[in-house]
Design a protein around this ligand. Structure first.
Ligand code: XMP
Length: 506
């Protein structure tokens, strides 16, 4: 496989977005630390990201410029990356007295726009986030300025471009086009096809497993389902384990088993619901609930497979790898010291953990699942939190409350599917409000729970909008719940954005 387009990470909050954009254009791209430049192989192009530091600070991140140059491929420096290139080409960087943050206008200067600005309108909005400014050396050619005549885009020699603004954020009107223009210069980049990536992953999994017996936890969620399908397709000897923690949705355990069966995978289910309910009894602190669920999950898992697993497969995705070496894994969901959790870290250190999805973003994992023949119902499933319905049940978790949440969720999700609204929302569920309020049923007053329905749209769960579901639909859901779910006399619709609200209720 061709080496990816390399994005060098100088620490900007937007760096991951550059990689995502390039992948959206159909090219493979990966993030590298500045010190790992030599690991990029023969990339078709290199992008130097922005970063929070100043190139003037002692110890500011640097790059092996001679090596970069020797690659002979186009390089685009963004913000910090541009200032670094400017220094390398003999210019200077002056400390700015104010931070320039927010919108500015782009005036294209060079005759030919330097390819970079081909088809870009004058005065289109660009997004700035920096304080230092460049004093260029003579070698620099100005491709663009802001309205004050300050250069915001430079070129050095034929192959080196720098832009002061962030093309990867949506506030830069024509940012996508500018990145695409830059990629036109890339050296023979090959299109990224999930089909050929699937073959690469199958080879990778076979090589990493090397005949060892693999254990893979499955939850029915997209990531672990795709991982299981990949291991299965690769013909790796794998034991698939599903822990029923008693916090699942209605009929979920049976559905997950049946779904795996349709693709030829037999899973083992461990029913540990009684153990989970026991450790949750009397606990209403949300963090403590999470901790207990996380720890017990790991205990149940290792009780079932034994501490001495030969190889553990985890569905860690690329954003988790970028954000931290361990987040997204079982271990990361439990942040406290715990022997069994440490066991996972030990296994990792011993090279006994494989994470074959660690180069992919979520939407790519879905495509991989499709390429592996998983049904749409599995690959397009809404995310579901590891601690399950416990995070939709503020206060103490009881069997009675779980039953209410489960039944209401089944009505809500069922109707979303029936009315073709399921795929229009990122996530939807019912949370129980742990207070009983008055209502009238028959001729009697009753004190029962209220439920909050939540449906959100989102791109990555970092931010979310409440979904503007049709009133008639909400009315139908509410009527059905009030008629069919015992113990509820009130249904509310949550119209909070994230932030400040989170997606889950906790
Ligand atoms: P919040 O509630 O933080 O949720 O806005 C963001 C996304 O993460 C999911 N979520 C979790 N997933 N373990 C998980 O595996 C958890 O403890 C957890 N808490 C929240 C949530 O469903 C949403 O998609």
């Amino acid at each position: 496989m061709q080496d990816p387009i390399a994005v060098i990470d100088f620490g900007s909050q937007y760096t991951q977005l550059i990689v995502r954009r390039i992948r959206e254009f159909g090219y493979f791209s990966k993030l590298y630390q500045p010190g790992d430049l030599r690991e990029t192989g023969s990339p078709p192009a290199v992008i130097l990201s922005g970063g929070p530091r100043s190139t003037l600070e002692p110890g500011a991140p640097d790059i092996d410029f001679e090596y970069l140059r020797s690659l002979g491929v186009p390089v685009l420096g963004v913000c910090y990356g541009m200032q670094l290139l400017n220094l390398k080409f003999g210019g200077q960087v002056a400390p700015g007295h104010t931070r320039e943050y927010g919108p500015a206008a782009l005036l294209v200067r060079a005759e030919d726009g330097g390819v970079l600005f081909e088809g870009i309108r004058d005065h289109s909005q660009i997004w700035m986030s920096h304080s230092d400014t460049c004093r260029m050396a003579d070698a620099a050619e100005i491709l663009g300025e802001n309205l004050d005549g300050i250069p915001v885009a430079l070129r050095w020699e034929d192959n080196f471009y720098g832009i002061q603004f962030h093309p990867e954020v949506s506030h830069t009107d024509e940012g996508r086009k500018i990145l695409r223009n830059f990629l036109k210069l890339a050296r023979d980049p090959q299109e990224f096809r999930i089909e050929s990536f699937k073959d690469h992953l199958i080879e990778r999994v076979r090589a990493e497993a090397a005949g060892r017996k693999v254990v893979c936890g499955v939850s029915g969620g997209v990531d672990s389902s795709v991982l299981a399908a990949l291991l299965h397709e690769a013909g790796v000897d794998t034991r698939y384990l599903f822990v029923d923690n008693g916090l699942l949705r209605k009929d979920e355990a049976a559905e997950v088993e049946a779904q795996f069966k349709t693709v030829g995978i037999e899973i083992e289910t461990v029913d540990a619901s009684a153990r989970f309910l026991e450790v949750l009894a009397g606990i209403d602190d949300p963090e403590e609930k999470r901790r207990r669920i996380g720890r017990l999950f790991v205990d149940v898992f290792f009780d079932a497979v034994g501490d001495d697993v030969e190889l553990l497969a985890q569905g860690t995705l690329y954003p988790d790898v970028i954000e931290s070496a361990t987040s997204g894994s079982i271990a990361s969901t439990i942040k406290t010291h715990h022997n069994r959790v440490d066991r996972i870290m030990e296994l990792k250190a011993e090279g006994r953990v494989i994470e074959p999805l660690d180069e992919l973003f979520k939407d790519e994992v879905r495509d991989l699942g499709r390429a592996l023949g998983l049904p749409e119902k599995v690959v397009a499933r809404h995310p579901f939190p590891g601690p399950g319905l416990a995070v939709r049940c503020p206060g103490e978790v009881t069997v009675e409350k779980l039953e209410i949440i489960r039944e209401a969720d089944a009505v809500f999700i069922g109707l979303l599917r029936d009315r073709n609204l399921y795929d229009r929302v990122w996530q939807a569920y019912a949370a129980l409000i742990p207070t009983k309020t008055v209502g009238v049923k028959g001729d009697e007053r009753c004190y029962e729970y209220a439920l909050s329905l939540r449906a959100v749209t989102s791109e990555d769960a970092m931010t979310a909008e409440w979904a503007q579901l049709p009133y008639e639909f909400l009315a139908e859901v509410s009527n059905r719940i009030l008629n069919e779910v015992k113990g509820v006399n009130r249904v509310l619709y949550d119209i909070s954005t994230k932030p400040p609200a989170s997606i889950e209720w906790e």
